[in-house]
Every structure is written in structure tokens, then in C-alpha cells.
Design a protein. Structure first.
Lengths: 493, 318, 131
């Protein structure tokens, strides 16, 4: 019985433990409950992956009503991969959360914080597994609201402004998506994604559908933070509470990207999105500009958190670029990088959070000499940094390799060269941190700094080891991504 | 008239009038929904748009002050162009839209006919909106309760006890206002008369949603507005003695769990999540009980969340 | 044609007016007012879609066959509640901003932020000089 109910279970585990968490006064007990539910949902997500492995898609009818009348939950390899991404990285972050919250908040507020965190996680799962266009909007709103609240809890007062700006941008984006869904519904009369995909090709000349596509693209691009709509991201990531940033960087934008891929390829269809609406003509220049400008901005940042945030904008542009190149390698690169970058960036932000935990600041000058005072933490940071740059034997290398091959498949040597240049820029900004960490004298007030408690150290190292593991064994990432790319592009593998 | 109202909102620099205009705008919209045969939506818009959100705005304005500075002329140009561009795109698209009110528009052909024709036999309630909301698309409504709950947790996380920085002490005129409010006999008498019937009306809306317009959302908001009215007239403190915030904070979670409980129960009985057919031995009875319980869950969550948010916003100005 | 599309055009004007308020006003609370108008206009768009000439409200009664489409109504019920949830959270953040900055004017706050950042950098130069 459990195996058929898995799609509901994977969502409910986190969604239902959120209200229970909010009722528990004792922060530690709430944390234990949250831990139980997230690790169980990791197990459920892996079980789901096992079920859909090899292309057995699952369709689960909510309320027992068949689609398109009821709401369908639809799981294929892509959504299972994204669910694993959310649950696994979320679980790792939450494991470190208790220790890192202790210094920030009074303990009776912790349970509310965990509840918000769980809500955010479950809504991201909800977005990923649903097969209904309007349902995407509903869960998107849960995730947005919880994200705003999480960001606004940052210690700096600028966190509030960042959260407010994100709220305005995010709500406009969500409303644009709502308009797009309304237009699709107006022309086809259905909200189910599979049903929409069947009915839309008849209407490709309909201007309502074209406008719907435009609204959808702008709305989701706001959420993905595609350059030049990335405006909200750097300050939101910089001022959000430190461990929260790790979770958001890993999941929120990736799930938006997933929605983009799902709609562009599955609902609107490749033919309509690219041949007729010329989405690639728009996205390729934007993402190239995003990669270069964001990487360059990152090089000149003195606040490490802000530096990593800008690097996120650049890395997201890689994923959008891979998608827009519209060939097998590109799409494989995009999906692999979605997973790998989520892992690497979450790890980086988490190790950075560990450093801030001891040093109390994310300014580059305060991290001087940290390589000697916190050797174990910094070593994890260096491995993850190598992953970000894309050094061979790390996960980052795999996805960049596919991306460069995709550029070469198109005979765009200049693009491959640009990608290598931008990787060098990543080397520069990561190198800057490593240089300060190992070769500068620690300022006198930070002489007594030592490594963080084991509860934070283990998740950090888990991320670092996973980065190496997925750099060596690519079956679970690039292998799956390759199969997904085949099915999205409609090419028999 | 709608357009005129909106232009007023753009022009005015007094926040108070902008908010009141917005409330008026909501009320007008609610009338339009009524004309367009969307009774449930009209009901909700009047209760939520014109009622609850206006109250939240007023509570917030009491804290942040009433006037806004005019924007600089150069700054308004870019948004203006962006808006006109988007508007032009929409007008361009509108030429291919099915004409307003046409029976043969695609949306009346595909999914919706089944709701109208079969719902009486499959789900039960004569109000089709209730059947679709609670049963066919019950999962969406579950998500929606989740949204409300998230907003509650978010507001509590931001404004709850202990988040206020020590040292920001404002002179407190609102207290004086409370006194003067309490002395206004007419208001007091009227509110005494009104609060009880409104509460009863909320219960009626809650249980009558199957047959007429109404249901958990509307009932929740109406119930909350009765309490808020009481709090406005008699002050926050007596209202909080009536409903201690600490206990009230449990209720949204209870509502959400009640809703999910029905779903989990149906899963245990061998159906899918929220499959009310399995709740009782006879599918129609099951649907009936299922809808009653989830509407109750919705009502509890919405009412408790609205009251909670109002309390936390207005506590800040004390 | 004019009669058939007039409703949509009014909706479009309202939507754009709402969006304009969001983007142009400096006052944070007024931005949220704008968001509300924008969203409400989208609600009218959905409800307009569902309307049928000569139809009645979708509550089944003997003898009536023509009802307006219930599905948009359901979607908008959901969307209204989502809207008020967003409004509440936005206002909560605005109130916190006021407490932290003593202002809810976007440009004043931006000025204060620049000041904050300048101070952060100033500290950099001070600590660097001794080393």
C-alpha cells in the first residue's frame, strides 16, 4: 500500500510536521521532529526514484478524481531527481541548523523557524510533483511566502528590505504566471499539464497563447533570477540568515528552473517555444551576459556571502544557457548542473555559515588566517570551491564538460572559450578567499577561533564528499539527466 | 468607475485615502463578480478584499504613518513605459480571446461540463463551486490552507513576542484613541448589537456552504471580523482576554491538521489522499462528511489566522 | 467586437494601473496597495472568462440548464485568499522596516543603506592600516 501512496507521503511528511512543529514550545524537540520527517522524506524520495527508474512514470490522482477533472500528481525521472535534491540537501542543512540557530535566536522562536523551513521544503516538493498548472501557482505561493519570512529573519536590518523587494518582485512574477495559466485555460479549457500539452499545438497561432508564453517566461525568469531579472537575488542571499541561505541557494531557484523546463518543453512544447517564439534567441545572449557580468561582479566583492550570491547568478545563467542551446549535451548539462550546483553552493554557504559561527562576520578581512584556526572546516570549503570552479574529479567538472561539449556541438568555439574564461573568473574569486584563508595573518581578535562543533561539521563534509563522489560516479546525475534530455527533446535514446 | 477609483489611488498621497479607495475598489469588484454570476467569489472578495485586508492596512498605517512623498518625475517614466508595453501586449492578445459571455467558448466545452452535470450524483452539494473546491480540486484548497498557515507562521516569526527591539519607544497616542473609542456610546451600542448576530451568521455561512454561496473561507473571515470589531471598540486587551493569543496560536495548525486528517484517513481506508468516497461506506455520504470536516478545518484556520494577524499588527502600535 | 472585448480592456487598464502603482510609488505600503489592485484585476479577468450570457450562478436548481463556469470561480477563491496572505506578510515586513529604519520611503531607505555600506568599507581601511 505504501508504495502506491508514496507521491502523497513524500509531500505530507514535511507539510504535516510543520504545524506540529509550530505547536511544540521546546525548540530542541521541534528540531528532533523536523529531523525525523525530513530524513524520512529523503527515504521516500529515493523510493520514488527507484519506482520511476528507467521511465515508469507515476500518475497519482488526488481525491480519486481522474485528470483533467481532478488534480494529478505526476512523477517522472526529472521530478524525482529534483525531489531528491530538495529533500537531501534540505535535510543536510536542517541537521546543521540547530547549532547555528542557537546563537541567533532565543530558543522558543526556533520551533517557528523550523516550521517555516519545513513549509518551504514541502511546498517546493509540491511544485515539483504536481501535474496541474494552477496547483503550481498555489504551491509557488507557499514557497514564496515562507522564503520571504525566512529572509526577513536575517540579523542585519537590510534583510528586511531584501525580503520586501523579493516579495514585490516575487508576487509580480507569480501573478504573471497566474495570468499565463489563465490565458492557457481560456483557450484550451483545461488546467492539467498533460492535457494542455495535447491541446496547445492546435492553438499555436492564437495570440492569447503567445501572450501567455510571454507572461510565463517573464514571470518564471523573475523567480529563476535570469539576468537581468536577478536584481533581488544578491541582497536576499547576503542578508538572509546564514544557514537559510544554504537551503535557498540549493533549492528555491532550482525548482523555479525545473518549472521553466517543465512548461517550456512539456507544456508549450519544443516546437512552439523555440521554433515559433524564438526563446533561444532571447535566452542565449541574456545568459551569456549574465555569466560574464555576474562572475566579474563576484570577483570584486569583499563580502564572501555576497560574492557567493553573485556567483549563484552566474551559475544559474549556465543552466539557462544549457537549456537554451537546445541540444542533448546542453540539456544534460543544464539538469546535471542543477543538481551539482545545488550541492556545491549549499555546501559552500554552509561551510561559510560555520566560519561566521566562529568569526561573526562574512567580510573577507575577518576570514584571514582561518585556514589555520579552523582547518577541517576550511578544507571542506576548498573542496567545494574546487567543485564550483569545475576542477576535474569534482562534480562541477562533469556539468561544465557537458556544457562545453554542447557549445562545440553547435560549432560555437567562441562560446566554449567564453565558458572557460568564466571558469577562470570563478578560479579567481575562489582563489581570493583561499589566499586570505591560508596566507594572511589572523587579526588579533580572532586568535582563539577553533573548529565548529561536530553537528555542523558533519553536514559540511557530507556536501564536500558528495561533490567528489558525483565527480567520479556520474550514473545518478549525468546518466539520468541524459535520459531526461532524450525524452524532453523527443529523441529516442 | 473602477478606472476612476484606481486613478484616484495613483494620484493621492494620503495613504489613508488610498487604502479606503482600495477598499471601495474591492467592494465594486465584488459587485461586478455578483453581476457575472460568481456569487461565491463576490462573497469572498467582499469579506476578504474589502474587509480583512483593509483592516490589516489600517492597522499597519497606524504604525507607519499616513503620508507618502511624491515620486520624482524622472523616476516614473520607466514604469510607465513598461506598463504601457505590457498593456499593449495584452490588448494585442485580446483580439484572439473568445468574446465575453459566449456559450461556445472553449472553457465551457472541456472540463467544466462534467462538474455541472455529474457533481450532483458524484459529490452531492447543489452548489457546484463547493463540490469543485472541496472535492474535485480539494488538493488545491489544501494548498491554499497551507498558504494561509504559512502567512500566519511568517507574521508570527516577524512580529511575534520578543521580536521587538528594546529601546524603540514611541509616544502612544493609540491608547488615547482607545479611550475615546470606548466613550463613543453609539459605536459601543451598535457593536454590542452586531457582534453576536455576526458570529451566528458566520456559523450559518459555515454550514450552509453546500447549498448556497459560502463555506469555510467566508465563514472564517466573517467570524474573525466580528472579533476584530469587538477588539476595535473595546480595545485589544479585553479581546485578548477573551481569546488568549497563546492558545489562539495553536488553532491554525489544528485546522490544517483536521483537513489533512481527512486525507490521511481516506488513505488508510485504501483510497488516495483526500478521496472522500472512502470516508464512509456509502461514497455519497463519504463525500458529504468529508466536505463538512474539511470546510470546518478551513474555517478554523482562516478565522484563527486573521485574528492572530490582526492582533500581532495592532499590538505593535500599543 | 467592441462589446465582446470591452470587459477585457477595462481589466487590462486596471491591471496596468495596479502595476504602475507598484513600480512607481516610493511608499512601501502603497506598493502593496498597488499589488492588491493588480491582483484583483486579474481576478476579474478570470471571472469574465467564466461568465455566460443568460447563465446563472452555478448552484444547481431544477429547471435551469445554463450556468456560468464554476472552475474559474474556484480558482479565484483560492487566489483571493493567497492575495490576502501575501498582503498580510508584506505589511508585517513593512512594519518591521519602519521599526528598523524609522521610515517606509524607498529612497530614504536606499540612502541609509548606502551609508551603512560606506561605514562597513570605512572599517576595512581602519583595520588594514595597522597590518
Amino acid at each position: 500500500m505504501i508504495s502506491t501512496q508514496l507521491p502523497a507521503i513524500v509531500l505530507l511528511l514535511t507539510l504535516l510536521s510543520a504545524p506540529v512543529c509550530s505547536m511544540i514550545r521546546n525548540g530542541d524537540n521541534a528540531w528532533k521532529l523536523a529531523m525525523c520527517s525530513v530524513w524520512l522524506s529523503v527515504a521516500a524520495a529515493c523510493a520514488l526514484m527507484a519506482q520511476v527508474w528507467g521511465g515508469n512514470n507515476i500518475s497519482y490522482h488526488m481525491g480519486g478524481w481522474a485528470p483533467p477533472w481532478g488534480i494529478e500528481v505526476r512523477i517522472d525521472e526529472l521530478s524525482a531527481l529534483v525531489v531528491i535534491l530538495i529533500t537531501l540537501f534540505g535535510a543536510l542543512v536542517i541537521s546543521a541548523l540547530r547549532e547555528s540557530l542557537r546563537t541567533v535566536m532565543r530558543s522558543h522562536r526556533h520551533s517557528l523557524y523550523y516550521a517555516t523551513f519545513l513549509l518551504c521544503m514541502s511546498s517546493l516538493i509540491g511544485i515539483t510533483i504536481t501535474g496541474d498548472a494552477f496547483n503550481v501557482f498555489v504551491f509557488l505561493e507557499i514557497s514564496s511566502l515562507s522564503t520571504y519570512a525566512l529572509i526577513a529573519r536575517g540579523r542585519d536590518r537590510r534583510a528586511l528590505i531584501a525580503a520586501f523587494r523579493y516579495l514585490i518582485m516575487g508576487t509580480i512574477g507569480a501573478t504573471f504566471i497566474l495570468i499565463a495559466i489563465g490565458f492557457m485555460y481560456m483557450v484550451t479549457g483545461t488546467l492539467n499539464m498533460a492535457d494542455l500539452a495535447q491541446r496547445l499545438p492546435e492553438h499555436t497561432d492564437n495570440r492569447v497563447i503567445q501572450a501567455s508564453f510571454a507572461f510565463f517566461t517573464v514571470g518564471i525568469a523573475l523567480k529563476v533570477a535570469v539576468f537581468p531579472l536577478h536584481y533581488w537575488l544578491p541582497s536576499a542571499y547576503t542578508y538572509a540568515p546564514k544557514a537559510t541561505t544554504a537551503f535557498l541557494a540549493a533549492t528555491a531557484t532550482k525548482v523555479s528552473l525545473y518549472v521553466m523546463i517543465r512548461f517550456v518543453f512539456d507544456v508549450y512544447g519544443v516546437e512552439f517555444s523555440f521554433s515559433q517564439m524564438k526563446l533561444d534567441v532571447l535566452l542565449i545572449p541574456m545568459s551569456i551576459a549574465g555569466i560574464l557580468i555576474a562572475s566579474l561582479t563576484a570577483v570584486f566583492q569583499s563580502d564572501v556571502k555576497r560574492l557567493l550570491a553573485w556567483s549563484s547568478v552566474a551559475q544559474l545563467s549556465y543552466m539557462v544557457l544549457g537549456m537554451a542551446l537546445l541540444n542533448l549535451n546542453g540539456l544534460t548539462a543544464s539538469i546535471t548542473h542543477m543538481f551539482n550546483h545545488a550541492m556545491i553552493k549549499a555546501g559552500l554557504f554552509l561551510t561559510l555559515a560555520a566560519m561566521i559561527y566562529r568569526v561573526g562576520s562574512s567580510q573577507l578581512r575577518d576570514l584571514a588566517g582561518i585556514g589555520r584556526s579552523m582547518p577541517i572546516t576550511t578544507a571542506a570549503f576548498v573542496i567545494l570551491g574546487a567543485g564550483l570552479v569545475g576542477i576535474p574529479l569534482t562534480a562541477g567538472f562533469v556539468s561544465k564538460w557537458y556544457l562545453i561539449s554542447a557549445a562545440l556541438d553547435k560549432d560555437w568555439v567562441w562560446l566554449a572559450a567564453l565558458l572557460i574564461i568564466s571558469s577562470l573568473m570563478a578560479l579567481v574569486y575562489i582563489g581570493k578567499i583561499v589566499d586570505v584563508a591560508y596566507f594572511k595573518e589572523a587579526p588579533t581578535e580572532h586568535q582563539a577561533v577553533r573548529d565548529v562543533p561536530v553537528t555542523i561539521l558533519i553536514p559540511c563534509w557530507a556536501f564536500a564528499l558528495l561533490t567528489i563522489y558525483f565527480g567520479l560516479d556520474t550514473r545518478a546525475t549525468a546518466g539520468v539527466a541524459d535520459r531526461i534530455a532524450h525524452s524532453l527533446l523527443g529523441i529516442a535514446s | 468607475m473602477l478606472v476612476a477609483t484606481v486613478i484616484m489611488i495613483i494620484r493621492t498621497q494620503k495613504l489613508m485615502s488610498a487604502v479606503l479607495m482600495m477598499s471601495f475598489f474591492s467592494l465594486l469588484c465584488s459587485c461586478i463578480f455578483m453581476v457575472l454570476d460568481a456569487v461565491d467569489v463576490a462573497f469572498t472578495e467582499a469579506a476578504v478584499g474589502a474587509g480583512a485586508s483593509t483592516i490589516f492596512f489600517l492597522a499597519a498605517i497606524a504604525i507607519v504613518g499616513r503620508t507618502s512623498k511624491p515620486s520624482r518625475p524622472g523616476k516614473t517614466l520607466v514604469p510607465l513605459i513598461a506598463c504601457i508595453g505590457t498593456g499593449a501586449l495584452l490588448v494585442y492578445a485580446s483580439f484572439d480571446m473568445p468574446y465575453f459571455g459566449k456559450v461556445d467558448a472553449p472553457i465551457h466545452q472541456h472540463v467544466a461540463p462534467r462538474y455541472l452535470q455529474e457533481s450532483a450524483g458524484e459529490v452531492g452539494p447543489p452548489n457546484v463551486v463547493t463540490s469543485v473546491l472541496a472535492s474535485y480540486r480539494g488538493y488545491d484548497t489544501f494548498g491554499e490552507v497551507g498558504v494561509v498557515f504559512t502567512a500566519f507562521i511568517g507574521v508570527l516569526l516577524l512580529l511575534g513576542a520578543g521580536t521587538r527591539k528594546a529601546g524603540i519607544e514611541r509616544p502612544a497616542p493609540p491608547n488615547v484613541n482607545d479611550e475615546s473609542m470606548r466613550q463613543k456610546i453609539v459605536l459601543r451600542e451598535v457593536s454590542d448589537l452586531v457582534v453576536a448576530p455576526v458570529l451566528i451568521f458566520a456559523l450559518y455561512v459555515q454550514w450552509h456552504g453546500d447549498f448556497g454561496p459560502g463555506g469555510g473561507f467566508q465563514a472564517g473571515v466573517i467570524f474573525a471580523s466580528a472579533i476584530i470589531l469587538y477588539a476595535l471598540i473595546y480595545g485589544i486587551v479585553p479581546a485578548q482576554q477573551l481569546l488568549p493569543p497563546r492558545k489562539l496560536a495553536y488553532l491554525p495548525g489544528v485546522g490544517l491538521l483536521l483537513y489533512a486528517g481527512v486525507g490521511v484517513y481516506s488513505m488508510l481506508m485504501g483510497g488516495n489522499f483526500l478521496d472522500y468516497d472512502k470516508v464512509a461506506s456509502n461514497p455519497l455520504d463519504g463525500q458529504h462528511y468529508g466536505i463538512l470536516i474539511i470546510e470546518l478545518g478551513v474555517g478554523i484556520t482562516v478565522a484563527a489566522v486573521m485574528i492572530n494577524i490582526f492582533f500581532s499588527l495592532s499590538e505593535r502600535s500599543l | 467586437m467592441l462589446a465582446g472585448l470591452f470587459n477585457y480592456w477595462v481589466v487590462i487598464i486596471l491591471m496596468m494601473a495596479g502595476l504602475y502603482v507598484v513600480m512607481s510609488s516610493r511608499h512601501l505600503v502603497k506598493k502593496i496597495v498597488g499589488l492588491n489592485i493588480f491582483q484583483t484585476a486579474v481576478f476579474i479577468l478570470f471571472i469574465s472568462m467564466g461568465a455566460v450570457d443568460g447563465g446563472t450562478a452555478p448552484i444547481l436548481v431544477e429547471g435551469t440548464t445554463l450556468y456560468s463556469n464554476p472552475l474559474p470561480h474556484v480558482l479565484i477563491l483560492t487566489a483571493i485568499v493567497v492575495g490576502v496572505a501575501t498582503t498580510a506578510l508584506g505589511l508585517a515586513i513593512a512594519v518591521r522596516i519602519y521599526e528598523a529604519y524609522d521610515s517606509v520611503d524607498e529612497e530614504d531607505i536606499a540612502a541609509m543603506d548606502t551609508e551603512d555600506r560606506r561605514q562597513e568599507n570605512a572599517v576595512t581601511t581602519v583595520t588594514n592600516t595597522p597590518s
